[in-house]
Write a protein that binds this ligand. Structure first.
Ligand code: AMP
Ligand code: ZN
Length: 431
């Protein structure tokens, strides 16, 4: 099923021509903003010298820091009365940044989300419960408008109030949910606590996004709920969700290249990497009116999957986000991503649905403590059994992350449940 088959299956030459056409327009619009006017001047960039799609590599990158510098209106390319909305990034790292939209931007965004939902097989006959935060965060309203554009009934449940969420799912035969992976794992715990089997629900699929998670976690969620889970990627700076989304093949996320120009760079050198190599995702708006952003460093690590997708869409796919260049932990000199730890944990059937990584420094040595909730059915309180599990977890983690963590096994429900983006790492080290 396609939302707009012509554009979703456009041949590469056609797509590149379209991108070049749109890029020229975006460059001209950006050049009128106070931020890029100065930026181009400082970097001695004359946009009329950019003569092809590839010459975009001559532009310096735009960073989150630049967005903060230009706060509040420095990157706006339209008169204030054309702006109809603002959103702000959740500020996982530092102060939040603000993004503006014209009516056309909102419409385009809704269209991309509708396209993404259709790519997963969702239709007007589905019932969609949106369990992402409504408000400044883009996750709630982004999917909301897209689902309405598609014509699917939307329940704007937002986050929290888990019992109410379950009641809505039951009463209105919800078939699709949009939820963070961490909250979905909490929700399944509450379902189990109340003796509700997932089969009693009408749920068919979940859109999981807003935070990094592993393939093992996706599989775990699919098995627990008996549904299909689709990866959904986006960031406020690029509208919000709907930047890249999995199709029914579930093998990486199609990045909508008629709206976003994609590059993967070496995060240390800034050099553009060939398709297939892992690096930092850099995105350029090809459609934004209110606030075009050029070569934005997302800090997200991924790679382009160069092979064509069986679904027929020609827009390239990106692999699951491995982590962010800035959530990389350095422990005793070893680089570790929380996602590596998560994939090990989630492969153990004994492991429950919540965990936390604590970093401490004792006598100048870094220590990692991983607090892990045990799956309720496995929690018999048999000490020898727990010790064995602890040792096994430690051993498997060590094989992957090289360092030796201390494992603390906890009863289900011991760690604070997460509603929005989960806080997985608490770093108590003093530098
Ligand atoms: P925000 O702008 O506050 O919505 O945050 C966007 C960031 O959330 C992205 O840059 C990613 O780091 C993260 N994120 C969003 N969706 C996903 C996903 N599907 N997998 C991993 N990380 C994600
Ligand atoms: Zn596909």
């Amino acid at each position: 099923m396609f939302w707009n088959k012509n554009i979703e299956t456009i041949d590469r030459t056609g797509l590149e021509n379209l991108q070049w056409e749109k890029l020229q327009k975006v460059l001209r619009a950006a050049a009128e903003t106070p931020f890029y006017k100065k930026f181009f001047l400082d970097h001695k960039i004359n946009i009329s010298e950019l003569v092809s799609l590839q010459s975009i590599a001559r532009l310096p990158f735009t960073t989150k820091h630049d967005l903060r510098l230009s706060y509040p209106y420095g990157m706006v390319a339209v008169p204030r009365d054309k702006i109809v909305r603002l959103h702000a990034s959740s500020g996982t790292t530092g102060k939040s940044t603000v993004i503006f939209y014209t009516q056309k931007d909102i419409d385009d965004w809704a269209d991309l989300v509708a396209r993404s939902m259709v790519a997963t097989g969702t239709s007007r006959s589905d019932v969609f419960q949106n369990m992402m935060g409504y408000g400044l965060f883009t996750g709630g309203l982004g999917l909301h408008y897209g689902a309405e554009r598609l014509g699917t009934m939307v329940i704007p449940a937002s986050t929290g109030n888990t019992l109410k969420q379950i009641q809505l799912m039951q009463d209105f035969e919800v078939s699709v949910i949009h939820i963070t992976p961490s909250y979905s794992l909490h929700l399944i715990d509450v379902l189990q606590e109340h003796g509700i089997a997932p089969e009693e629900l009408s749920l068919k699929k979940a859109y999981l996004g807003a935070e990094p998670y592993s393939e093992a976690t996706r599989q775990k969620i699919e098995e627990l709920y008996k549904i299909d889970a689709y990866n959904s990627y986006g960031l406020s700076e690029m509208n919000g969700p709907g930047v890249a989304f999995e199709c029914e093949e579930k093998k990486g996320m199609h990045i909508w290249e008629d709206y976003y120009f994609v590059e993967i760079i070496n995060p240390d050198t800034g050099e553009v990497l060939p398709d297939g190599e892992e690096g930092e995702l850099v995105l350029t708006h090809l459609n934004r009116e209110a606030q075009p952003i050029l070569r934005y460093r997302t800090r997200d690590l991924t790679r382009i999957i160069p092979e064509p997708c069986a679904c027929g869409r020609t827009h390239r796919r990106i692999e699951r986000i491995k982590g962010r260049t800035d959530d990389m932990m350095i422990i005793g000199g070893v680089n570790v991503f929380p996602s590596q730890i998560e994939s090990v944990l989630m492969n153990f059937p004994e492991v429950g649905n919540n965990y936390q990584i604590l970093l401490e420094r004792q006598e100048n040595l870094d220590r990692m403590i991983i607090k892990v909730e045990i799956y309720s059915k496995m929690f018999h309180g048999d000490l020898r059994e727990l010790k064995r599990l602890e040792a096994k977890l430690r051993e498997e983690l060590k094989a992957i992350i090289i360092i030796n963590p201390r494992i603390e096994l906890l009863e289900p429900g011991s760690l604070p449940p997460s509603m929005g983006k989960a806080i997985r790492v608490i770093d108590n080290r003093k530098i």
